[in-house]
Ligand binder design. Structure first.
Ligand code: ATP
Length: 137
């Protein structure tokens, strides 16, 4: 079955939204396969965000992702990659649709990076790559 990497970013953990976010994913019917709380490292984030290295928001993004613990999870199920991204909502929390994680729990805070609570893999290839980065093989 398909797998996806879900990260609860430091803003979500700091605001004690871990349970609420995981509950939505489980309630949709996806199965939790792996779960851990951890601190990222610069090296890990450089691998995870390889496509963004050099962009204007890259350094603020790394600083944000290092600002506190992250909860990393693997969820499984048919079309879970698309399904989780639908649950998460669009990137910008201010305008993400109500009913989504970002739309219900997020907003803009005037920082250089979108603090948008969660990450979800965007394709089967990135899911396998990202699961390897955060959980090893
Ligand atoms: P989505 O694909 O749903 O937009 P994502 O997390 O996959 O979400 P990416 O485009 O991979 O988004 O960007 C990674 C992260 O970098 C975003 O989630 C957000 O925190 C931040 N980010 C992306 N683009 C910007 C931007 N233009 N300005 C500030 N922060 C950004």
């Amino acid at each position: 079955t398909e797998r996806t990497l879900v990260l609860i970013k430091p803003d979500g953990v700091r605001r004690n939204l871990t349970g609420a976010i995981l509950a939505r994913v489980e309630a949709k019917g996806y199965v939790l396969a792996e779960l851990k709380k951890m601190d990222a490292t610069r090296e890990l984030l450089e691998a995870h965000y390889a496509e963004h290295v050099g962009k204007p928001f890259y350094e603020p993004l790394v600083e944000f992702m290092l600002s506190g613990p992250i909860v990393a999870a693997v969820f499984e199920g048919q079309r879970v990659i698309e399904g989780f991204r639908s649950l998460a909502g669009t990137t910008e929390p201010t305008t993400a649709a109500p009913g989504t994680i970002r739309g219900d729990f997020g907003r803009d805070w005037g920082t250089k990076v979108q603090q948008n609570l969660v990450h979800g893999s965007d394709s089967a290839e990135s899911a396998e790559r990202e699961i390897g980065i955060w959980f090893g093989n």
